[in-house]
Design a protein around this ligand. Structure first.
Ligand code: 5GP
Length: 207
């Protein structure tokens, strides 16, 4: 029996290791990745169309007006959004699509698509999160402080997720997320075809 495609949201604190885990998941070849649009400037080594579609604020606003984003959010002074069309097409084709997005967007998706699976990734503690954000050297001290105060606010949203995974060891965390995605396929909301089949069969059996 063919499986329905899932919308899998990998979210959590900036610095929790979402990017690394998502890269590992993509290496399995089992998933499709949604590439977001952002108004932030590319970091060294980032390529337009690979990490993000880097667009102007004007184009982003236009995208919002034309309802081209499945969700969008302002994060740390920049806009980020998920292009709707690609995601919907992949799901229709039966593929599992991964969205790596911050919590405001994740919860927007949950409201629009209750069947989406939400995973919150976190570092083992706030102090380790701070160390990771400082250690990666991609943000200034001020930006790190901003992302940490954002994380403080995000703590209050953690309970709204389906799963919370602590990223202590990258390989272990990747395995756990993969297992969670497998289990998501077994949820009753993914089993409408099976339920219908039973209903039909019962009817044929005059039950
Ligand atoms: P960064 O600037 O570090 O690449 O991303 C900042 C935050 O924005 C991260 O938490 C990342 O997951 C999130 N993000 C990336 N793309 C999207 C998106 O399309 N929508 C939302 N809501 N957040 C996103």
């Amino acid at each position: 029996m063919s499986r329905h495609g899932l919308l899998v949201i990998i979210s959590g604190f900036s610095g929790a290791g979402k990017g690394t885990i998502v890269n590992n998941l993509m290496k399995t070849g089992k998933y499709r990745l949604s590439i977001s649009a952002t108004t932030r400037s590319p970091r060294e080594g980032e390529q337009d169309g690979r990490e993000y579609f880097f667009i102007s604020r004007k184009d982003f606003q236009q995208g919002i007006m034309e309802n081209r984003f499945l969700e969008w959010a302002e994060f740390s002074g920049n806009f980020y959004g998920t292009p709707r069309e690609y995601v919907m097409e992949q799901i229709k084709e039966g593929c599992d699509v991964i969205l790596e997005i911050e919590p405001q967007g994740a919860l927007q998706v949950k409201r629009k698509f209750p069947e989406a699976g939400l995973i919150f990734l976190t570092a083992p503690s706030m102090s380790i999160l701070k160390e990771r954000l400082t250690g990666r050297g991609t943000e200034t001290e001020e930006q790190v402080a901003r992302r940490l105060s954002q994380a403080r606010r995000e703590i209050e949203k953690m309970h709204e997720y389906d799963y919370i995974v602590v990223n202590e060891d990258v390989a272990e965390c990747t395995d756990k997320v993969e297992q969670i995605i497998e289990v998501m396929h077994e949820r009753s909301c993914q089993k409408q075809d099976l339920i219908s089949r039973f209903r039909e069969e019962a009817k044929l059996m005059n039950l």
